[in-house]
Ligand binder design. Structure first.
Ligand SMILES: Nc1nc2c(ncn2[C@@H]2O[C@H](COP(=O)(O)OP(=O)(O)O)[C@@H](O)[C@H]2O)c(=O)[nH]1
Ligand SMILES: [Mg+2]
Length: 455
């Protein structure tokens, strides 16, 4: 009994308890170390080489940016939710919403608690969303009409042109963005398919990246007829801006250079961008944008911000400053980027897209051109523009000089356009009948390509 009493005595119980808690602490420590080691052993991606950190705070001077209309609030909410769930709920980066009109109370109410960082709603100044005074409004109106009649995607839309010009020249200069170094552009109705367990902004900074993309593809030739000629003229006048280790091989095929080659229509799809704002604010880019803008062809034609950005990144940046976020599974209708390696992205439970739907496999993807460019040694695309004669299309004032083009390339580009899968998303705002538009575009393109002779 005494023995039994001793077992149950308070001091005995205390000794037992403290031994037990020591044991539990040791087991806890062991498990924590194991967890830490396991996480860190698996922290570096086998495919991208990126280190995945385990952090829960905003680290960089960066923001999300979404240009959006009030009536797109639910599509905006979809995209926000994807970004938050896959990445930002751990980091709480702020969101900046931009609009050419004032944001409605409803838009704010439906979004401000969905984001995990601070939300800012800003209206774009009129001078960044209107035709500049050197643009001939009557001529622009006629051009829009003729583009619409040809069934060119968004051909008849003036607001689409303001949007493209805005992203090309003014987004980075909005007062709300001035305090940031990096942005991530998000569009309504887009999806993210993979957990992002590192900070892409930190990746950009520590690896000295300026431009990050996910999907690349070919542009409609008919929307940018004189863009390449204008770019050629700009580089001929400013050969010092061409980076010696550029990635011109991505936008010009067959080892040709800016002035001897034609544009292969390849560009990074700009509805997803993670980039350094200082590049768009730099004197080189500003001069380039102003040179393009003086032609008025954001309106007379329909120059997209995607080719405008991509051409700049390919010519003015070191190719090492451009980054393919291959590991980010992403969809913007109608294309999906789905990282393919099964073990890292799918069997790990990280992604849920279908690798067979990966757009890199599509004929219209430019991933082949990109990889080919990367396979060339550093400095391979160095260009001495000073030896070339300025000879193409339009003066900065937009007057047609002399169109010198390579017929074969032009025909090839037209043929590419005819079956372009993006025709599936003809703009509803333009009230274009998709079937008629496609039919008309085919006829027009065949005529241009010399396949059909008009009577
Ligand atoms: N506020 C505003 N946003 C616009 C306007 N036009 C386009 N956007 C936005 O600009 C982006 C691109 O437009 P979108 O219609 O998606 O073009 P697409 O991706 O080329 O088919 C999206 O974020 C749109 O919400 C406009 O007139 N006003
Ligand atoms: Mg879009």
């Amino acid at each position: 009994m005494r023995h039994g009493n001793a077992v149950l005595s308070p001091s005995y119980m205390l000794r037992k308890l403290s031994k037990l808690s020591l044991l539990l602490t040791a087991v806890g420590l062991f498990l924590a170390c194991g967890h830490f080691l396991f996480n860190n052993l698996n922290a570096r991606s086998m495919v991208t080489g990126i280190d995945h950190q385990d952090v829960s705070v905003r680290l960089e001077n960066a923001t999300f940016v979404m240009l959006v209309r009030n009536n797109e609030v639910h599509s905006a909410r979809t995209s926000i939710r994807y970004v938050e769930d896959r990445f930002n709920h751990k980091y709480h980066y702020p969101w900046i919403f931009l609009n050419d009109r004032p944001f409605s109370r409803d838009f704010k109410a439906m979004t401000e608690n969905l984001v995990s960082g601070e939300a800012t709603y800003a209206q774009i100044p009129r001078e960044h969303w209107s035709m500049p005074d050197w643009v001939d409004k009557q001529k622009a109106k006629k051009c829009l009409k003729s583009f619409a009649e040809k069934g060119i995607l968004y051909g008849g839309s003036e607001s689409y042109r303001h949007m493209c010009r805005f992203f090309s020249g003014f987004m980075a200069k909005q007062p709300e963005l001035l305090k940031y170094d990096y942005y991530w552009r998000v569009e309504p109705n887009t999806q993210l398919y993979c957990d992002i367990d590192y900070d892409p902004f930190t990746f950009m900074r520590t690896n000295n990246k300026k431009y990050g993309w996910v999907i690349n593809l070919k542009e409609f030739a008919s929307t940018i007829e004189s863009l390449w000629g204008t770019v050629q003229n700009f580089t001929l006048e400013n050969p010092q801006y061409v980076h010696p280790n550029n990635s011109v091989g991505f936008i010009v095929n067959d080892h040709k250079n800016i002035t001897s080659g034609s544009y292969n229509l390849c560009h990074y799809w700009s509805n997803f961008e993670i980039a350094a704002l200082d590049f768009w604010r730099s004197p080189v880019y500003t001069e380039y944008f102003e040179y393009l803008d003086r032609t008025g062809n954001f309106f007379y034609e329909r120059w997209g911000d995607a080719p405008v950005h991509s051409i700049a990144a390919s010519i003015f940046l070191d190719r090492e400053e451009v980054h393919w976020f291959y590991d980010i599974g992403y969809r913007h209708h109608p294309f999906t980027h789905c990282p393919e390696p099964r073990k890292e992205f799918h069997e790990s439970g990280k992604c849920y897209c279908n690798p067979l739907e990966n757009f890199d496999r599509n004929y219209y993807s430019c991933s082949r051109e990109y990889k080919k460019m990367l396979s060339k040694p550093v400095g391979y695309f160095e260009i001495d523009a000073s030896n070339h004669q300025k000879d193409d299309v339009r003066s900065p004032e937009g007057t047609r000089i002399q169109k010198k083009s390579n017929n074969n390339d032009n025909n090839k580009n037209k043929m590419i356009e005819i079956n372009h899968p993006k025709f599936a998303i003809i703009n509803e705002n333009d009230k274009i009948n998709e079937k008629n538009a496609r039919q008309q575009a085919r006829v027009e393109n065949l005529k241009h390509a010399g396949v059909l002779v008009s009577k």
